[in-house]
Design a protein around this ligand. Sequence first.
Ligand SMILES: [Ca+2]
Length: 250
Amino acid sequence: MSTPTNTTTASEHTAQSSLHGWRRWWLWLILALVIAGATVAFVLLVVSGSEDPPILSNGDFETGDLTGWSTESWGNGEWLIYEDGTTPPEPWASDMSSSEFNVPDPPQGQYAAVTVHTYKGARFLYRDIEVTGPWVLHATAFYQSPLLEISDRPDFGSFSGTTWNAEGTNQQFRIDLIDPEAEIHSVAASDVYATVFGTQAGDPRSDGPTSVAIDLSPWEGQTIRLRATQVDTAGALYAGIDDVRLERSD
Ligand SMILES: [Ca+2]
């Protein structure tokens, strides 16, 4: 009984060699593509520096309430949510007919926050932000002072426990970044890191909606407090804020 043997002709041998050559070529091509892809991904990661910033929950007030925010008020009035610039968010929140509630409609979405009142007071709206990357904080601010000029005093009045007093005319709207450990009404230089928006004497009686932004990279790794403050002592001053969000700095 003869033993089977495999024989290869010269043409078959040439075809197999060619096939092996193509396989090696494809393997090198695939390897090169993988290396190129990994290099591009690495470069993009290095260039971008970090991941996308966290979403500030309800920074746009679109829940229709102040979820995610805190408020404190002295005197009359408070921060509330509204959706129609000509309709006070509460029936009591319409000042006298001479200074009726008449602000821009929410500049983003359906809802925004606004101060409402029928008498003088100081109202604070705030939230803490953990700065986990080189984010930029954006917001939209606006105000309307129907009767009186803006009066930019360096303080928000004097505070003692639950008692608040303001000497002279104090009509202002400010958005600051402050130390979260500071008292909410503090204007001490050591407590106020930066002012994002602030009215000044000579400003028009109404303004906005105006987009404002501040680079938060100086506070990366820290928790800061965003504080919106409205004070009025001599007539209505409606202050509004909307569309508070974090974006990448690049
Ligand atoms: Ca909104």
